[in-house]
Design a protein around this ligand. Structure first.
Ligand code: FAD
Length: 664
């Protein structure tokens, strides 16, 4: 397979071995279902080829193997075959010599940026660190609670006595079989980090249980492969079920999605919040009702515009194209303390500039005495009748031997993300009266293009994203340039062999850009077996049409900026080379199953609302018809948010924490 899909030029035996080693390592990170599917298809390909031609697939020469692959790609095995092909191409372009051969040399660049940042901005960095650990009570109730906690800690054997000490991030190996606390928080990402810090500051004893491992800023590298294996759930290679599968990725590490996200930090628009206020019955969402919560989050995350020197040429080109067409562009707001523009945000920020919860809210939670347990997966919320009394889980990594633990608490806050939260609550037998738990999943379906320019772009030098084209926001379409490393560009191109190699020699002239669509359709999460989640999502034809329309508009902008060829993620569609090509393509109708759809925004499976027969949680995240049980993550959204969701998740999580404090 590697001989068939990798570019033949210079493909030595050593290079194939390095590719296969990388692929093997990556397959190890996939989930059991994906691994089984890969094995079945690989064996089927081998046997069917032998039956047909007398030679097994693995013994064919590369040209014949490509013919067989093309035939199989037209059949029902296409998705699984595509996964194998994608893994091999990804693995190949992660080999250091191959990265260097296409001109991708990020390590010295990142090292220089990190050093410059440390020298130039040390005062600002220190100021922000101080702000992160300074008291700033969320509400008067938070101050009162804290005083009470201190007083009771001063007396006797109160379990909250550890509040006077700094908490720590501890490995699962040290997890005792029973811990007791005021509040247990499941997950340490956008929602979990906020809740943990706010409740700990208010004086409650907080234990955070995080399934993923703890990886520090110093451990982050520019290796895509390593990051996919260590920081993402199942190698970032999950897909929804349905006629048009959508690839999706979730962070799984201390800091969750905030460690691997791009650092775009937008508020929801007033029109979205007004719509949410109407559908959910929560009038406080409209009329700037969330402003104070947004402001608080923005302060701790240091949200602002990118530093001027950190903007890459790929961003300038998209701006140029959009401006030539007279389209509206907005500057990104990002959560950063002087981002240097290393463009490896999604593999973990190696300078600590991006304010993930790993370097912001979690240090704050620790400073106020919370404990974070890494590598500890929660399997069930423990309920006594309708009252949550704690959680049960196991130390990840040794699920086979299942070293089980329990955390007993007066309040449980589930912040495991829109897929895992729904699966966990369903598995725990939580049944809010609406029957909506796990339903109403929104995903912002999207897709990307690769535009080839004559000039050198080197899109990997500069902030991950610094602007968005918002001309079509009213239609629910946002366009943005997002640089990808060679492995992911090669994976996305509909090319193999020599044509793939030929295009990739121009890696440094390529701008990769994507479309995000505010979806009207919804999907559903179901608990699968003892720990899995099955996600079904039928793509609404109207949403597929808007993805296609977004791709064509994006192509138009990049052609206007000087691109000579734009590769589309649509099966059978030739690359576009002129506005005339775009015009002709606009007359076609593209179907979702023919597009490579993907997402990193998952929302809405435990929506908030005042009516227990419509919503899963009340406006403050408390699960309807349960006591001592709240949700504080992307599940809470009462609809698609239409922009990057992190900031809104964190603002809502702040509100959840505030309510818990006020009613403690
Ligand atoms: C590659 C990528 C890029 C993105 N870019 C942006 C961006 O630029 N801007 C933006 O606004 N959004 C972005 N997002 C989306 C954003 O990061 C997420 O929407 C956000 O992190 C979700 O927050 P959450 O609290 O719902 O879940 P998460 O942040 O995903 O946190 C959930 C945590 O819970 C843990 N967990 C799950 N199940 C269990 C369990 N059973 N027991 C214990 N722990 C568990 C997980 O390991 C994880 O750490 C991006 C996402 C990705 C993946």
């Amino acid at each position: 397979m590697a001989r068939a899909v990798c570019p033949p030029d210079g493909l030595t035996t050593e290079l194939i071995e390095a590719t296969v080693d990388n692929a093997d390592a990556y397959v190890g990170a996939l989930g059991p279902t994906a691994r089984r599917a890969l094995l079945t298809v690989a064996q089927g390909l081998e046997r069917a080829t032998r039956l047909r031609s007398g030679i097994p697939f693995s013994a064919l020469d590369p040209a014949d193997a490509r013919v067989v692959l093309d035939r199989w790609r037209r059949g029902p095995m296409r998705p699984a075959l595509r996964l194998i092909r994608d893994i091999i191409v990804l693995a190949h372009y992660e080999v250091p010599e191959v990265r260097a051969a296409v001109g991708y040399l990020p390590d010295p660049f990142v090292a220089a940026k990190a050093a410059q940042r440390g020298e130039r901005w040390s005062a600002d960095i220190a100021t922000h660190r101080r702000l992160l650990v300074a008291p700033a009570p969320l509400s008067p109730s938070a101050s009162r609670l804290r005083v009470r906690a201190r007083e009771s800690a001063a007396t006797a054997e109160d379990p909250r006595s550890h509040q006077s000490r700094n908490g720590v991030i501890r490995p699962g190996a040290e997890m005792p079989s029973l811990v007791e606390c005021d509040v247990v928080v499941v997950g340490s990402g956008a929602g979990g980090g906020v809740v943990a810090a706010e409740l700990a500051e208010a004086g409650l004893s907080v234990v955070v249980l995080e399934e993923g491992e703890h990886h520090s800023t110093e451990s982050f590298t520019t290796s895509t492969l390593r990051a996919l294996q260590t920081l993402y759930r199942e190698g970032g290679a999950m897909t929804t079920l349905g006629r048009a599968p959508i690839g999706y990725a979730e962070g799984r590490c201390v800091g969750g999605g905030t460690v691997v996200n791009g650092g775009m930090a937008f508020r929801a628009s007033e029109s979205t919040l007004s719509r949410w206020a109407t559908t959910s019955g929560d009038r406080t969402l409209a009329g700037h009702g969330l402003d104070a919560h947004y402001e608080r989050v923005e302060r701790f995350l240091s949200v602002g515009l990118p530093d001027p020197g950190s903007i890459g040429r790929d961003q300038d080109l998209l701006r140029l194209g959009a401006e030539r067409l007279g389209w509206r562009v907005v500057d990104d707001r990002r959560n950063h303390v002087h981002c240097g523009g290393c463009n490896v945000c999604t593999w973990g920020c190696p300078t600590g500039a991006k304010q993930s919860t790993l370097v912001s809210y979690l240090p704050r939670a620790l400073a106020f005495g919370a404990t974070v347990w890494a590598g500890c997966r929660v399997d069930r919320v423990l309920m006594t009748g309708k009252q949550a009394v704690g959680v049960r889980g196991h130390v990840s990594g040794d699920a086979g031997r299942a070293r089980v633990f329990e955390a007993r608490a007066r309040h449980v806050v589930v912040c495991a993300g829109a897929i895992q939260t729904a699966a966990l609550l369903l598995r725990s037998g939580v049944q809010p009266p609406s029957g909506q738990l796990g339903r109403n999943l929104s995903v912002h379906p999207g897709a990307g293009v690769a535009a080839v320019f004559d000039e050198v772009v080197e899109g990997w030098k500069g902030a991950h994203q610094s602007l968005q084209v918002r001309e079509f926001e009213r239609d629910g379409i946002i366009l943005a340039a997002v640089n990808l490393p060679p492995s992911l560009v090669a994976r996305s191109l509909p090319l193999d062999g020599a044509p793939l190699g030929e295009t990739m020699t121009r890696y440094n002239q390529i701008v990769t850009a994507g479309v995000l669509v505010e979806d009207t359709g919804t999907g559903r999460v179901r608990a699968l077996g003892r720990s899995g989640a099955a996600v079904t999502y039928p793509v609404a034809p109207a949403d597929a049409g808007r993805v296609a329309s977004g791709l064509l508009r994006l192509s138009e902008a990049l052609l206007a900026a000087g691109a000579h060829t734009v590769h589309l993620p649509i099966r059978g569609q030739q690359p576009l080379q002129s506005r005339e090509d775009v015009r002709r393509a606009s007359a076609l109708r593209f179907r979702a199953p023919d597009m490579d759809l993907s997402t990193v925004h998952l929302m809405g499976t435990a929506r908030i609302g005042t009516d227990p027969l419509w919503a899963v949680c009340d406006p403050y995240g408390a699960v309807h018809d349960a006591r001592g049980l709240s949700v504080a993550d992307a599940s809470l959204f009462p609809g698609a948010v239409g922009v990057n969701p992190m900031l809104t998740i964190m603002a809502l999580a702040t509100r959840v924490a505030e309510r818990i404090i006020e009613t403690w």
